[in-house]
Design a protein around this ligand. Structure first.
Ligand code: GLA
Ligand code: ZN
Length: 679
């Protein structure tokens, strides 16, 4: 477990004492104690101070900070400092600098500013990780290693181009295989020499807006770039593990961050951590999905909430304050979905540069008499009282939604059929319907086993990876319920179309053939007309749909609904195919929310999956369990008290020790954590 040195939900966040005179550090410790803070992420951007030149290392200030933390019961989430290269390095070794997609070499500045293929960066970052491990590996304050920070971005320099060719050779062995994978006979792209291959950039194939003329090339570049950054991480990971095999290593991820294949990354992480920055108008269901995705990266293991703001951001268009109670509510939302830490960016608000208006536990006023501090301290106290009760408990979900980065890239790179096609948005429609019903969902990757799920949903399963269709067939054969949508089964992992009719490899499982795909302009819609009754979807009832409409023929599937208008009126819009012991559903278009809700609720019911609780709108419910105890989280996201029917189970509320049963009122923005014995 992450919290072995202090068995409770770690509470704290990013702390930058190096931005402050040391006279203030004791005051920081006093305030941390008041707020119940017991973990601080230190040295995230400290490379330039820790290594003032190529040969000098100076850890004096960090030694003092680490010692002070240890004396004050504050554990270190210790960063390796490699997320921003020092100016001397950029000057002396310009190969560390990135080149933009339009070919400009950057100068020193900003952060996350290193070329992932740079030999100098690789050398110096590895060395830095080793130095940190040597110096602090046995320090009593050390709790977890934090490598770099929010890896991301891309580079188009010559050394990345060379590295891309090496990566391609490894993947394809021959140039012939590359030409085939990329279908280079299109537009005369046949390559006769490895050195003819250049990176897909704004100077070559990239069209802006994420589109590209050669999806195969751009997909491989995305994979390469994600891998190149991952190799930088792995090098540091190796150094840290060699010195401190018992200390967990992480790097902070960013939820639905498109450029990096996090399922692949998570394999090299001891624990997943992530930074949660919803905007003022981000639906809570979207945040919930991101938490579930981060939990899914390591098959449901608890994760770290590494960053969130106690009050406001600085980098959004409108940096609204979190309203009273919201920071606490959203912190518990993370815990409810599997977080075993609650951490902020930042503990003390800096005085200069772009984050001076980013919220902090200690605001510019510098004392504890602020609204934000009081709210942080209240939560700190609650987390202390919760102790180790929730640690390592897990969520048990019977429904899974597939999430695949390659598929995401491919769907949105494709030129056509609609520019409105957005993978995460489409996936969210399915997620939201389940979220609104308090049906717990796991977000899973293509390597995740399916057996433990009653229902598996794969929205927009456009790209079929080798073996995945047969994995799905086997799952359904043995009684699983599978659902996918329009624009699925179209291409292989290189974005080459599977010939012989859509949905390609999924055709027999689904028992349909999709002959054409219609893209509806924004002002157009069609209707789904039920031909059979299915739960609350009554025969004859009609629901709006839009975006894309697949024109499908049944090849054995039962037609549950058909289109209501246009020249394909009467063609199937929803089908169910019985296959082995299970069934496979195809949703041929993008339905409205009412349809989604009724369809998914019924499919869950038929699979024996029931909501955790029936609650009014705006109430979120999840459940974690361990050792025969279960913990039901009930969160009120609305601005008013809401009556909730808990049924006949008698629960103990962990936050105040009260017993709860029957109908009880949950105040606005408030939370219950209800314990009972699993039955
Ligand atoms: C990111 C970074 C932090 C900080 C915050 C501000 O999450 O990791 O260093 O810049 O954003 O919101
Ligand atoms: Zn580069």
């Amino acid at each position: 477990m992450i919290n072995s040195k202090l068995p409770k939900i770690f509470y704290g966040g990013d702390y930058n004492p190096d931005q402050w005179p040391k006279e203030i550090w004791d005051e920081d410790m006093r305030l941390f104690k008041l707020a119940g803070i017991d973990v601080a992420t230190v040295a995230v951007f400290s490379w330039a101070l820790l290594q003032p030149d190529e040969i000098t290392f100076d850890f004096t200030w960090l030694d003092e900070v680490m010692d002070k933390m240890a004396q004050n019961g504050v554990y270190a989430c210790l960063a390796t400092s490699t997320a921003a290269v020092p100016a001397w390095m950029a000057k002396r070794y310009p190969d560390v600098l990135r080149v933009t997609s339009d070919g400009k070499q950057r100068k020193f500045g900003g952060r996350h500013n290193f070329c992932p293929s740079s030999p100098s960066y690789r050398h110096f970052s590895r060395l830095m990780a080793r130095k940190m491990a040597e110096r602090y590996g046995n320090h009593p304050a050390l709790a977890v290693w934090h490598v770099n920070n929010e890896y991301g971005g891309s580079c188009y320099c010559n050394q990345c181009e060379k590295a891309f060719r090496v990566w391609l050779k490894k993947r394809y062995s021959t140039l012939d295989a590359v030409n085939k994978a990329w279908n280079t006979r299109f537009w005369g792209h046949t390559f006769h020499d490895w050195d003819e291959i250049v990176l897909p950039s704004a100077l070559t194939e990239q069209l802006g807006d994420g589109k590209t003329t050669f999806q195969g090339i751009s997909l491989d570049y995305n994979r390469f770039n994600s891998d190149a950054l991952l190799e930088c991480y792995q090098a540091e990971y190796e150094e840290l593990k060699a010195a401190t095999p018992h200390i967990m290593v992480t790097t902070n991820l960013m939820g639905t961050f498109k450029p990096l294949d996090y399922f692949k990354w998570a394999k090299s992480m001891d624990i997943v951590s992530w930074d949660n920055y919803p905007r003022y108008d981000t639906p809570v269901s979207v945040t919930a999905m991101r938490h579930d995705l981060m939990r899914g990266l390591k098959d449901g293991d608890p994760f770290m909430l590494m960053e969130q703001t106690p009050s406001q951001q600085n980098w959004q268009a409108y940096n609204s304050l979190k309203r009273p109670g919201v920071m606490r509510l959203w912190s518990y939302q993370a815990v409810a979905r599997g977080a075993d830490t609650v951490m902020f960016f930042q503990l003390r608000r800096s005085i200069g540069a772009c984050e001076k208006y980013h919220g902090a536990v200690i605001e510019h006023a510098g004392h504890e008499h602020t609204r934000v501090f009081r709210e942080c301290a209240q939560l700190g106290e609650e987390l202390q009282r919760l102790g180790d009760t929730l640690l390592d408990s897990r969520l048990d979900s019977k429904v899974a939604i597939l999430f695949d980065w390659d598929n995401w890239w491919a769907v949105e790179m494709s030129s056509g059929p609609s520019k409105e096609l957005k993978y995460v948005d489409e996936l969210m429609k399915y997620y939201k319907a389940l979220f609104d019903r308090n049906i717990q969902v796991d977000l899973i990757g293509v390597d995740t086993p399916l057996e433990s799920y009653k229902v598996v949903i794969a929205p927009l399963l456009y790209m079929m990876k080798p073996g995945y269709a047969s994995k799905l067939e086997q799952y359904v054969q043995q009684g699983g319920r599978f659902m996918t949508t329009f624009f699925s089964g179209i291409v292989n992992e290189n974005d080459l179309v599977t010939l012989g009719g859509y949905p390609g490899e999924l055709r027999s499982l689904l028992g349909i053939w999709a002959e054409e795909i219609d893209a509806l302009p924004p002002e157009a819609s069609n209707d789904i007309v039920m031909t059979s009754s299915f739960g609350e979807l009554e025969a004859g009832s009609t629901y709006g749909c839009r975006l894309l409409c697949d024109l499908i023929h049944s090849e054995g599937a039962e037609v549950m609904a058909e289109y209501g208008s246009d020249f394909y009126q009467g063609m199937p819009a929803l089908t169910r195919n019985r296959f082995g012991q299970g069934e496979a559903w195809y949703v041929a278009t993008s339905p409205n929310a009412e349809f989604m809700d009724r369809l998914l609720l019924r499919i869950c019911q038929e699979s024996g999956v029931v909501p955790l609780l029936h609650t009014p709108e705006g109430i979120e419910v999840t459940r974690r369990s361990k050792q025969g105890q279960q913990y039901t989280f009930v969160l009120n996201h609305t601005d008013r008290p809401v009556a909730i029917d808990l049924g006949d189970v008698v629960y103990k509320d962990l936050l105040n020790g009260e017993e709860r049963a029957g109908v009880a009122e949950l105040p606005a923005k408030d939370v219950w954590i209800l314990e009972n014995e699993a039955r």
